[in-house]
Design a binder for this molecule. Structure first.
Ligand SMILES: Cc1ncc(COP(=O)(O)O)c(C=O)c1O
Length: 396
């Protein structure tokens, strides 16, 4: 280059660092713009098969690497990153559904999934139906020729009922072979059970994860993934993602890549903490019900046993209905180590109170305040002592 102008030199510097740098972490490749060596390459390169780079939104070495690792964790073939767990849900909806179609959701689905159906999907001419996930006959009754997508969630949000996934998948295959089966597998994290191999030749078509939870593990990243095995379904999802314009920040991708190796250890520790905490809750007279799929007597425990080898560290209790909703809130306010906040899967334990009429369309057996605890990584003895001292708010 002949110019002596430093501003040009600083942009078009000839130095290239040597290749071959290797370290435990995948380099964070940044770039909205991707360079092409010539116009022919610009015109011919394709990102869909991940063989090349075209634009930051379509993939970088860092995002491709996280996608490959997540696909392996889930037992899938293709993975697409999006900006949040909710964005993963809505991407599946938008890729699969068209005006005139129907989507079915379990009544205990993650709330914003249902809200999206009520608002955006309804506006686009897509109807939705709600079924009882603990009853395959209820799913059968909800299916129509227009059913094109069936959501599953295991266990249900907040109330943690574990469904008979095999029976639900079988029902859809028999009664609605035209439908795609999608599972919100955030709770299982790819570790508790194999969504694509449920046994007896059964499996779902696509899973979504809120990577925001255990895969991030820090309570500081928002990201989602969509994973499938089928090439045609991947193509549909990938093209929708590109048209919608989902992108993920490389620093967030880097954070999830850094957390992923410790995921099995954290998941096991939080599973163990959840079971010990659940067992303690079960002995407290203030709680009339403890909802945790691995605890005998919890709804769907037998399905959890036949599908799973682990559980997430979530426990929901029903406070005796003789205590008011205000007292239920006071109990949560009195917690010191458990912080009040949405989400889960990070190091800090969390608690949120719920009244079921506000979160369910169908009648539920839960009459008292529900408190959902998410076990973090603090010492379990300290967490139990914290819950114990907070119970005095119920006696006041
Ligand atoms: C089961 C489940 N799915 C999806 C989501 C959505 O994840 P995000 O917060 O990343 O949108 C959540 C978040 O709470 C969740 O609990």
């Amino acid at each position: 280059m002949t110019t002596k102008d430093i501003s040009t030199h600083l942009i078009h510097h000839p130095y290239r660092a040597p290749e071959g740098f290797d370290s435990p972490l995948v380099p964070a490749a940044k770039g909205s713009t991707v360079f092409f060596p010539n116009v022919a390459a610009l015109r011919s390169r394709t990102w869909l098969d991940r063989s090349a780079y075209t634009y930051g939104l379509h993939g970088t070495p860092t995002t491709f690497t996280l996608e490959e690792r997540l696909a392996t964790l889930e037992g899938g073939t293709h993975c697409l990153l999006v900006s949040s767990g909710l964005a993963a849900i809505t991407l599946v909806d938008m890729a699969v559904l068209a005006s005139g179609d129907q989507v079915l959701l379990p009544d205990n689905v993650y709330g914003p999934n249902r809200t999206f159906s009520r608002h955006e999907l309804a506006g686009w001419g897509v109807t939705h139906g709600l079924y009882d996930a603990q009853d395959a006959a209820s799913l059968t009754a909800s299916i129509t020729p227009a059913t094109k997508l069936v959501w599953l969630e295991a266990p249900g949000s907040v109330t943690l009922e574990f469904p008979d996934l095999r029976a639900l998948v079988r029902t859809v295959r028999e009664r609605a072979p035209q439908a795609v089966i999608a599972l919100d597998n955030t709770w299982g994290s790819g570790l508790a059970f194999d969504a694509f191999e449920l046994g007896a030749g059964q499996g779902v078509d696509v899973t979504i994860h809120a990577l925001t939870k255990y895969p991030s593990g820090g309570g500081d990243v928002l990201m989602g993934s969509v994973i499938c095995r089928d090439d045609a379904l991947y193509r549909k999802l990938a093209l929708s993602r590109s048209r919608i314009g989902h992108g993920v920040g490389v620093n967030d991708v880097e954070a999830v890549l850094r957390s992923l190796p410790s995921l099995p250890l954290r998941y096991a520790a939080q599973d163990q903490a959840g079971r010990v905490f659940g067992a303690w809750c079960a002995k407290r007279p203030e709680f009339v019900r403890v909802l945790h799929p691995a605890l005998a007597g919890s709804p769907g425990h037998e399905h959890w046993k036949s599908h799973c080898r682990a559980a997430a560290g979530l426990v929901t209790v029903e406070i005796d209905p003789r205590f008011t909703a205000v007292q239920g809130d006071a109990f949560v306010d009195a917690l010191r180590l458990f912080r009040i906040g949405w989400s889960w899967g990070g190091p800090v334990s969390l608690a949120v109170p719920y009244q079921t009429p506000a979160i369910r369309d169908r009648a539920t057996p839960y009459k008292g305040t529900l408190v959902r605890f998410c076990l973090g990584l603090e010492a379990i003895g300290d967490l139990i002592a914290d819950a114990e001292q907070a119970l005095s708010a119920l006696r006041a």
